[in-house]
Design a protein around this ligand. Structure first.
Ligand code: GCB
Length: 658
C-alpha cells in the first residue's frame, strides 16, 4: 500500500542545517587531534568510570532546538525542566514505557556530576581527558557549561582534554552535559532523510518521520562507557605496530608518537605472556625481533590461539623544569595477512572463515555495552565452532575487539556505511565524511591482530554511476591508511554492473535465494548459488566470501515439509547453501558468514515480526535448530581446515583435556 507522503526537501534541508548550525554556533571542533589509544591504567595513568545513572531529558520542541535556545548546558538539567534517570551505557529507546521516547528523533540531553580527585585538579602536570566510547549519532559535550567537544558519527570514540575547564574553579563540581542527536541525513553514515507530512487531513501539525534503508533499529544514546582518564602532560599519544614473520623470528615494527614535548627518552619492552622480556628497543620507532616467536593464531587453527605479547612503552621527557614519565602497555599479536587470487592466508596458511554476522543488540539496553552479553556471545561463538565474525554494520565496542584478540576470533571490521542507496549520498560531502570515518576506524582498530580486513560499506547502490569514483577513492584512501590489510565492501549488486567491485581485494557477496527471490523454492538454491559464484570468480579472479545468507525462523514454529519462517525451513536453506560451499571452497570460496548470529530488533514494517528473525539464536541467545546444524558443520570444518589441539577435537567437549 502506497503511503501518501509530502516530501518537502527544503524543510529537510533546514532540519539538516539546524543540526550543523547549532554545532557551529556552540563552538567548532574542539575534539583532540591525534591518537585514540584505548584508555588503560598504568603507573602513570588513572581511570574513572562514569557508567551508571545520568540525568536525561529529550527535547520534544517542534524544532528540537529548545535545549540550545535555552542553553540547557549552562545550569543543572533539573533546573530547566523534568529529568529522568537514564542508564549509561545503554540506548534510551527501550528503557521507559513512553512510545514517544522509543521512536524519538532529535536531541536528547544527558548530564552527570562527577567528583574529580583533587590531585587531578591540583597537579597542572596531569592531563584530564573525557572520553565517550560511542554516542549515536551527533554529539556536543560541555563541562561546567563550556563546550569541550563535538563529534559526528556513532560507533566510534571521541575525547577532549578538560583540564583547563575543571581547573578554572576547583570548588565547582564537574558537571558533564552531553547532547546527542540521532537524526540521519543524506551525508551521515548511515544516511537517512527526514520527511515532513504536511497533509493536515492525515497527520498532526509538524509531523515528520526518519527514513533510512537499513534493517536494524536506529537505537540511540550513550552506547558505550563514558570515562575520565589521566596522562602526564607529556604523554604517549599514539602507537602503531605492524608485524611480520621471518622464519621463526617475529618482527614488530613500531612507531610511537609523543605529545607535549619535541624530544623524549623512550624505552620499549616486549613481554611474553608470562611477563618475560623478549625484546627491547629505544627510540620512537624501530623493529623488535622475537626469536622463537609465538604467533597470533585464530581460534581452532592452532593449539595456542590468540597469543598476545605486551609492548610496554616507557616515556620520559622534560618540559624544561620537571621530568614527566608515561607508561602505556599495548597488547600485540604477531601475525601476517595475505590474499591471493583464491586464498586468504594468515601466517601464510590458508584460512577459511566459518563465522557469523552479528549486531550489537539486546533486550532493554539496545546497543548499550553489556559485559554479560559480550561474554555470553563469545561463549556461544566458541560453542558453535565459529572462528570469525563481521562487525555488521558498524564498528563494535573496543572491549569486543580486545576479546577477539585474546580469543583468536578473526574480524572483518566494517564501518557504518550501510544503506547508501540514494544517489545524493554519493556526493562530495558524503564521501568526505566517509573518508574521515575510515580515518577514525583505522586509527582506533589498526593494532588489533584479530582485524584482518576492512569493510567500507554494506550493500550500497554500487551499480549507480557515481559509485565508481566513490569506492575507488574510499578504498584507495583506506589502503593508504593501512597498507597491511585487504579492503572490501559487501555487495548484493549484479556482478557485471557493480562499479565498486574492481577495487576490492576479496569479493564479499550477500544472497538470499529462496527467501527474497523465489520465496519458498529451496530447490533453486544449488543452481542460483553456483551461478553466483561462477559469475563473480569468472569476472574478477578474486577469492569470495559468502558474507550473508540465511532465512527467518520464528523459534518454536515447526513444519514438515518445511515452510518459510519454520525452524525446518531455516535449517534446510542453510544445508543447501552448505552443499554448494563445500564444492566451491575447494577452489576459491574462502568463507561463509551466516546471517545472523542472533535475532535483532528492526524498525516496524510488514516484513518483520518484532524484528529480524534470521538469528540461529534468539535475541535472548537460545539456540534454534539451525544452531545445532551449524555447530556440526563448523566443528567439522575446523577439523579439516585447522590444526586442532587435542582439547578441541570434535566431538569432544571443550572441558575434555585428555
Ligand atoms: C541484508 C542486509 C542485512 C539484513 C538482511 C535481511 O542483505 O545486509 O542488514 O538484515 O539482508 O535479513 O534482510
Amino acid at each position: 500500500m502506497a503511503v501518501d507522503m509530502a516530501v518537502d526537501l527544503s524543510r529537510d534541508f533546514l532540519w539538516l542545517c539546524a543540526l550543523h548550525l547549532c554545532a557551529l554556533l556552540h563552538g567548532g571542533h574542539t575534539q583532540e587531534a591525534g591518537g585514540m589509544l584505548y584508555p588503560r591504567e598504568s603507573a602513570s595513568r588513572e581511570r574513572k568510570e562514569l557508567s551508571g545513572l545520568w540525568s536525561f531529558r529529550a527535547d520534544p520542541s517542534a524544532n528540537r532546538n529548545e535545549g540550545f535556545d535555552r542553553a540547557w548546558y549552562k545550569s543543572p538539567l533539573a533546573t530547566t525542566g523534568p529529568v529522568l534517570e537514564m542508564p549509561v551505557p545503554s540506548s534510551y529507546n527501550d528503557i521507559t514505557q513512553d512510545p514517544m521516547l522509543r521512536d524519538f528523533i532529535g536531541w536528547v540531553w544527558y548530564e552527570r556530576e562527577v567528583v574529580v580527585p583533587s590531585r587531578w585538579i591540583q597537579d597542572a602536570g596531569t592531563r584530564v581527558v573525557l572520553r565517550v566510547g560511542s554516542a549515536h549519532y551527533y554529539s556536543v559535550v560541555w563541562v561546567n557549561g563550556v563546550q569541550v567537544a563535538e563529534h559526528e558519527g556513532g560507533h566510534l570514540p571521541f575525547e577532549a582534554d578538560i583540564g583547563g575547564v575543571i581547573r578554572k574553579d576547583p570548588a565547582v563540581t564537574c558537571r558533564i552535559t552531553i547532547a546527542v542527536n540521532n537524526t540521519l541525513t543524506l551525508t551521515s553514515l548511515p544516511p537517512g532523510t527526514i520527511t515532513h507530512m504536511s497533509d493536515s487531513t492525515k497527520y498532526p501539525t509538524g509531523y515528520f518521520v526518519q527514513n533510512f534503508q537499513f534493517d536494524f533499529f536506529n537505537y540511540a544514546g550513550l552506547h558505550r562507557p563514558v570515562l575520565l582518564y589521566t596522562t602526564p602532560k607529556i604523554y604517549v599519544d599514539d602507537i602503531t605496530v605492524v608485524t611480520d614473520i621471518s622464519d621463526n623470528i617475529g618482527l614488530v615494527k613500531y612507531k610511537v608518537s609523543v605529545m607535549g614535548a619535541t624530544t623524549a627518552n623512550m624505552k620499549v619492552t616486549l613481554m611474553d605472556k608470562y611477563g618475560h622480556c623478549v625484546a627491547t628497543s629505544n627510540g620512537s620507532s624501530g623493529v623488535l625481533k622475537v626469536i622463537n616467536v609465538n604467533l597470533w593464531w585464530p581460534y581452532l587453527m592452532h593449539d595456542n590461539p590468540g597469543y598476545l605479547y605486551s609492548m610496554e612503552v616507557h616515556l620520559s621527557a622534560s618540559d624544561g623544569q620537571l621530568t614527566f614519565e608515561d607508561v602505556y602497555a599495548l597488547p600485540v599479536g604477531i601475525r601476517t595477512v595475505n590474499v591471493t587470487s583464491t586464498q586468504f592466508l594468515i601466517n601464510n596458511k590458508p584460512f577459511y572463515f566459518h563465522g557469523v554476522n552479528k549486531h550489537e543488540d539486546a533486550d532493554l539496553r539496545g546497543k548499550g555495552l553489556d559485559w554479560a552479553l559480550i561474554v555470553k556471545d563469545f561463549n556461544l561463538i566458541k560453542w558453535l565452532g565459529a572462528n570469525s565474525f563481521r562487525t555488521s554494520h558498524y564498528p563494535y565496542a573496543e572491549e569486543i575487539m580486545q576479546m577477539c584478540d585474546r580469543h583468536g576470533i578473526v574480524v572483518i571490521d566494517e564501518c557504518p556505511g550501510v544503506g547508501i542507496k540514494d544517489i545524493r549520498s554519493f556526493g562530495n560531502a558524503s564521501l568526505a565524511h566517509h573518508l574521515s570515518v575510515m580515518d577514525e576506524l583505522v586509527q582506533r582498530d589498526k593494532n588489533h591482530p584479530s582485524v584482518v580486513m576492512w569493510s567500507v560499506a554494506n550493500e550500497p547502490a554500487a551499480e549507480m554511476a557515481p559509485a565508481d569514483y566513490y569506492f575507488r577513492t574510499l578504498i584507495k584512501h583506506t589502503k593508504t591508511l593501512d597498507q597491511t590489510r585487504p579492503v572490501t565492501f559487501i555487495t548484493d549488486s549484479n556482478f557485471a554492473r557493480d562499479k565498486g567491485a574492481p577495487y576490492v581485494d576479496v569479493i564479499c557477496v550477500n544472497s538470499y535465494f529462496s527467501w527474497y527471490h523465489d520465496p519458498g523454492h529451496m530447490e533453486v538454491i544449488p543452481i542460483q548459488l553456483n551461478t553466483q559464484f561462477e559469475n563473480w570468480f569468472g569476472k574478477y579472479k578474486k577469492p569470495i566470501i559468502q558474507s550473508e545468507y540465511g532465512a527467518d525462523a520464528v523459534p518454536g514454529l515447526h513444519s514438515d515439509p518445511p515452510v518459510m519462517f519454520s525452524e525446518e525451513y531455516q535449517k534446510d536453506v542453510l544445508q543447501r547453501y552448505h552443499n554448494v560451499f563445500d564444492e566451491k571452497r575447494k577452489h576459491y570460496v574462502i568463507g561463509e558468514l551466516i546471517w545472523n548470529f542472533a535475532d535483532f530488533m528492526t524498525s516496524q514494517g510488514i516484513t518483520r515480526v518484532v524484528g529480524n528473525k534470521k538469528g540461529i539464536f534468539t535475541r535472548q541467545r537460545q539456540p534454534k535448530s539451525a544452531a545445532f546444524l551449524l555447530r556440526e558443520r563448523y566443528w567439522r570444518l575446523a577439523n579439516t581446515t585447522g590444526k586442532m589441539p587435542p582439547w578441541t577435537r570434535y566431538p569432544c567437549e571443550l572441558t575434555d583435556t585428555t
